[in-house]
Design a protein around this ligand. Structure first.
Ligand SMILES: Cc1cc2nc3c(=O)[nH]c(=O)nc-3n(C[C@H](O)[C@H](O)[C@H](O)COP(=O)(O)O)c2cc1C
Length: 244
């Protein structure tokens, strides 16, 4: 599976078979998360066989069942933490998809009290990503149109629309898709609108846009985002996307 195929086939899946993750996949997932942590400086943690956070009314009401495994997105509590967790967390989501697993972002509908996640002083738990063998593959979300999420100050080339289409396939909290992508020549600005967990969404959308458009096709107007893109490219070797 290519990374673009992973983007297209991924949908949130909340109900899983009551089946443990195969040992060889556990090894791959741990390796991948370690690689992401070493590149990002974040402290993502993989928890296998930990049903407690999803064994309660809130999670069940939210549609979750047989959640045994998840990735806890933890990092140093800076104002960029949510965006970084979105960006690197979505790399993990696409990696899981490439391994043939299913997943779901969860910021709200789980119990933090019952987790065995390590959050040191000065760190924050941003969200978790559940994963497992899905009972279904999920279904495509309702999506805004290209026109609703773009502002053109110059003529758009195909790479821009490829990026927009990938961004529209991204998961966002409550499927809000509260963003716009503004184009001027080869410069793109990602504009955050209001919304819950909007900064996490922006990190996810940044990654999807880069993967769809091709990182070399454009520069981000925001220097910090452009640096993040360059930084990830430098470490591309370390981040093995899928099981290829
Ligand atoms: C930052 C973030 C937080 C989310 N939190 C929850 C949550 O607490 N509970 C839940 O059931 N789904 C949650 N989701 C999943 C979204 O509802 C889902 O991604 C969205 O409806 C789009 O559907 P899709 O992922 O199938 O494309 C979250 C997604 C994101 C990106």
């Amino acid at each position: 599976m290519t990374i673009l195929e992973a983007i297209e086939s991924r949908h949130s899946v909340r109900t899983y078979f009551d089946k443990k993750i195969e040992p060889e996949l556990m090894v791959k997932i741990n390796e991948h998360i370690n690689a992401l942590n070493s590149v990002s400086g974040l402290r993502f943690q993989v928890l296998f066989d930990q049903p407690k956070p999803f064994d309660n009314m809130v999670a069940r009401y939210g549609g979750f069942s047989n959640v045994h495994s998840f990735i806890a997105l933890v990092g140093k509590d800076t104002d960029k933490l949510d965006h970084l967790c979105g960006y690197y967390g979505q790399m993990a989501v696409l990696y899981l998809q490439g391994l043939g697993l299913n997943s779901c972002w969860v910021a709200l509908t789980y119990s933090k009290k019952k987790t065995e996640i390590h959050v040191d002083k000065g760190e924050r738990l941003v969200a978790v990503i559940t994963f497992g063998y899905g009972k279904t593959q999920g279904k495509p979300h309702r999506s805004k149109s290209r026109e609703k999420v773009t502002v053109l100050h110059s003529v758009a080339q195909p790479w821009f629309y490829n990026g927009v289409d990938a961004a529209l396939l991204a998961p966002t909290a409550l499927n809000q898709q509260e963003f716009s992508l503004e184009l001027l020549n080869d410069t793109v600005q990602l504009v955050k609108k209001s919304g819950f967990y909007a900064d996490i969404d922006m990190g996810i959308i940044q990654l999807h846009f880069e993967l769809g458009a091709g990182k070399e096709s454009f520069v981000w107007k925001d220097g910090w985002m452009e640096n993040l893109k360059k930084h990830v490219r430098l470490h591309a070797q370390q981040i093995k996307w899928c099981n290829q």
